[in-house]
Design a protein. Sequence first.
Length: 122
Amino acid sequence: MLAMLYGENGSAAVIDALADPETQVLASSVNLCEVVTKLVLGGADATQVSADLKPFLHCAVEFDLEHAVRAGQLARITRPFGLSLGDRACLALAASHDATAWTTDVEWKKLKLGVKVRLLRG
């Protein structure tokens, strides 16, 4: 999400996925929270944050008990790679939907979690 919002390398793939009716894009509510936090700390006001998140609102998936347990179970495995709660929430969501987790973090490719990972750049 941040890659797209900031126009970083890899943003075109996110834009294409959001525009493709054949592609199901999911985003954990934890990751949406991280995006809001980053935008607010960067000086964005509420109106701007709402506008920035609009493309992702239909993709939001509640961080439920299943995702919480899965994300927690990933902590020991992912700690050496520096993954955050948000990273683990994304991976837990991908695992629960047999989906591909998208990231800009090359460390994710080193993980052996049984979750498909797509690097947006790197």
